[in-house]
Ligand binder design. Sequence first.
Ligand SMILES: Nc1nc2c(ncn2[C@@H]2O[C@H](COP(=O)(O)OP(=O)(O)OP(=O)(O)O)[C@@H](O)[C@H]2O)c(=O)[nH]1
Length: 369
Amino acid sequence: MMSMDDQDEIPVLIEHEGNEPRKVPLTIICGFLGAGKSTLLKRILTEQHGFRIAVIMNEFGDTADIEAKTINVASEGEQSEEFLELANGCLCCSIKDTGISAIEKLMERKGAFDHILLETTGLADPGPIAALFWHNEEFATGLGRDISLDGVICVVDAVFGPQQIEEDRGSDTVGESLRQIAGADILLLNKIDLASPESVASTAALLRGVNPAAPIHQTVRAEIDVSLLLGVRAFTAPPAIPPTHDHDHDHEHKAEPTHYELRGITSLLVAVPVLSRSRLNALDEWIRTVLWEQRLPSDAEASPTLTVLRCKGLFVLDSGEQYVLQGVRSMYELVEAEDALGVPDAGKLVLIGTGLDARVRTSLQGVWA
Ligand SMILES: Nc1nc2c(ncn2[C@@H]2O[C@H](COP(=O)(O)OP(=O)(O)OP(=O)(O)O)[C@@H](O)[C@H]2O)c(=O)[nH]1
């Protein structure tokens, strides 16, 4: 498995693995500081929703007072993990050091739960964590082979979110809040009771501008049907990309003018016509060149501004087959859709990152022109 950090290795496309035993899906929760991650977890840990969820938190904090059936403490050297079995069937696990050992411990109890939620600390970039769980070879040979990444949820503060994004925009690099939004499969716009409807709408538009592929759920105290968050199979199912319209979806061209000029992060949503097999191969090569070499195939040199943080796509072949593209940074896979979704008459591709301008769109469209 590849990342841009492994400069020395030659990237290899992941092969489709075919039939394999059911894996436990894992969902990553990230979010802005104080946006409501703990509130969401507490809700999941206490509500009767019928899901047996194992939650991995950095610390129990004020959720430790939740009524627990049994408490198990496992200590190994300096590591210590605690497990709480909760009345609603959830299993709660605290991690104080690296997440992996806690997750491996948890997997020894496989059967006690059917979904894992992993909370990250505020303002952590979910990209590397998602990459870890997503076809990480080292991890995949251990207990982690039984885990599949279901999706990344980002909780955004409706009050301070815009300000946080504004601050990120002021920094020279792409800030963490933008990376979080860009890397999410689901966005929770929380605390909408504390913001005016106009402000909530403008923040939602801002989020859509950064990440047009993720549904946005507006919540108060993270109140949401848990089934909207889990089992989305963001990394194996065809992505629920909004329909493409005639007008451009580049951030620069968005209808909603926003005073948050999103420095750095842009998104490109392109309709892809029905492709022949050879065009799909050409598209694969285009994606590979952009993701791994940070250049357009027509350019000799890498572009310092061209970065793809996240990509998703659904491509339809003239044979009727459908292919799903999923990528986190320089890692991506292009596999035949597990269950073809009806017969869409065309495909689409979403790229989220930096430097995704009109030249990139033109170059991409040149693949099938
Ligand atoms: N009014 C209002 N308050 C909320 C809402 N959601 C969360 N809060 C409050 O906001 C504060 C922060 O919420 P947390 O759930 O702790 O946020 P967090 O993202 O876990 O915070 P960190 O872990 O510190 O990053 C708490 O006091 C919550 O009770 C909401 O929708 N409306």
